[in-house]
Design a protein around this ligand. Structure first.
Ligand code: AMP
Ligand code: ZN
Length: 445
């Protein structure tokens, strides 16, 4: 059986993965807060943990893996958006969830087995909060319930932060109802225009962290195998999930392995609305074939920052063009066709860049099987080529990559190859024209 290795941040080393129950391998990943179109940064954890999901299913069996990824559908950003647009909260969350599904389905991200909605787990959250209060780990004050950080001596160990870092990282509010400034909200009161559920502490709504603790427990049990999310979630979100779950369930851990993907920057800068480099998955899908977006996510190891750029998009499109070319005549493939060293690369802490370097050396059936294993080459070559960026008629980056290959062939006086590329382009309704200024092209249908 393939051995999976997962990086452990506490030990600063890769560790062998052994599931608690090989017949039910369990993974939880923090999903999106549904208030607006997801950006390409949000697509990163969706794709990284999709690769993990595919790998676990391959190693342990399709029906032996339970993957839960939640939808956070109660949050102040959602309330604000509903208010701004004069829409109901349900309308905002339903529409945003549908958009999220459409976007990540297009990226060939498999649906998790369970997609729990926070608003459908309020009784489980209330029950967990009551257990925490009974155990002396939480207290009610002024219609709020707070987790008492001092009640857990190990608090901070998970995120490896000292008190000053935690105070800075959590951007904690000093409030009259808090015994200690580090204490965080489990339950808070709602005003008339905010969503509210009845509770022993009055009408209110849950804090963000308790949602994941309650949903993970309900669907995966008090201890499970893998918990994932983006790096920004380590503190405070995951630290607080660990605190709540361990204190409520009387365990010393919530999950055996924690995996965090690094961030994605655009053209070397942090993505932000104010910098104008904010890119939604939806807009990115209009610029490049979805397959290329997926490949761009996999070209960088999940623990390294991705620099999303026009150049990396061009590179991804050119690679896929070649692989489509090489596998155009290959029919159905099966997982038995995947070269063992390819699976080993993915099993080695999801080393997708190395796996991609192996794809370059493959052709035919193994190439198609291996690429499909990581969710690539799911479109037909014809669909890939006829992709039309909004406003442009054809996949320009791909055409330009082919023209570059033809120019190299001409420099090398490889006339048969140069002619072949021109004919191939012609077959795709692309007419090229050579002049002293270089090569131009036109799409003529
Ligand atoms: P949010 O909806 O903001 O809670 O984010 C959903 C997921 O996307 C979390 O796992 C975040 O860590 C992750 N995420 C947010 N921004 C980025 C980014 N720029 N790069 C990579 N992951 C991100
Ligand atoms: Zn979470």
């Amino acid at each position: 059986m393939t051995e999976i290795q997962i990086y452990n941040a506490q030990k600063k080393a890769k560790m062998a993965f052994t599931p608690i129950d090989a017949n039910n391998v369990r993974m939880y990943v923090c999903g999106p807060t549904v208030y607006d179109f997801a950006h390409i940064g949000n697509a990163r954890p969706a794709i990284v943990f999709d690769i993990m999901f595919r790998l676990l299913r391959h190693v342990y069996g399709e029906n032996q893996v339970t993957y839960a990824r939640n939808i956070t559908d109660v949050d102040d950003k959602i309330n604000q958006r509903a208010l701004d647009e004069n829409r109901s909260i349900a309308e905002v969350t339903e529409q945003t969830t549908a958009q999220y599904h459409a976007d990540i389905d297009a990226l060939n991200v498999l649906r998790p087995n369970i997609e729990p909605f926070a608003t459908q787990h309020i009784p489980e959250m209330i029950e967990m909060i009551e257990t925490l209060i009974a155990g002396g780990h939480a207290y009610a004050a002024e219609n709020h319930v707070l987790f008492s950080v001092k009640s857990m001596p190990e608090y901070g160990k998970f995120s490896r932060k000292n008190l000053d870092e935690m105070i800075a990282g959590a951007r904690v509010d000093v409030a009259t109802y808090k015994r200690d400034e580090m204490d965080f909200v489990l339950w808070k009161p709602s005003s008339d225009d905010q969503p509210a559920w009845p509770s022993p502490w009055g009408n209110g709504r849950p804090g963000w962290h308790i949602e994941c603790s309650a949903m993970a427990k309900k669907h995966l049990g008090i201890e499970f195998d893998i918990h994932g999310g983006g790096l920004d979630l380590i503190f405070p979100h995951h630290q607080n999930e660990v605190a709540q779950s361990c204190c409520a369930n009387n365990t010393d851990r919530m999950a055996n392995h924690w995996m965090h993907n690094e961030f994605l920057n655009v053209e070397g800068e942090k993505m932000s609305k104010s910098l104008g480099n904010f890119l939604t998955i939806n807009d990115a899908r209009k610029q490049h074939p979805a397959e290329a977006l997926r490949l761009m996510m996999l070209m960088t190891h999940y623990r390294k920052t991705i620099n999303w750029s026009k150049d990396s998009a061009k590179e991804a499109v050119a690679m896929l063009g070649k692989w489509h070319e090489k596998t155009a005549n290959i029919g159905e493939v099966s997982s038995a066709d995947i070269p063992a060293n390819f699976i080993d690369a993915i099993a080695d802490d999801l080393n997708t860049p190395f796996a991609i370097s192996l794809l370059h050396k493959m052709a035919g059936t193994p190439l198609k099987a291996a690429a499909q294993f990581i969710g690539l080459l799911y479109e037909t070559q014809a669909d890939f080529i006829s992709f039309k960026p909004a406003g442009i008629k054809i996949n320009a980056a791909y055409i330009e990559a082919l023209i570059e290959q033809r120019n190299t062939a001409k420099t090398n006086k490889d006339w048969p190859l140069a002619d072949k590329i021109r004919d191939d382009l012609m077959a795709k309704s692309v007419v090229i024209k050579d002049s002293t200024n270089g090569t131009s092209w036109e799409y003529k249908k």
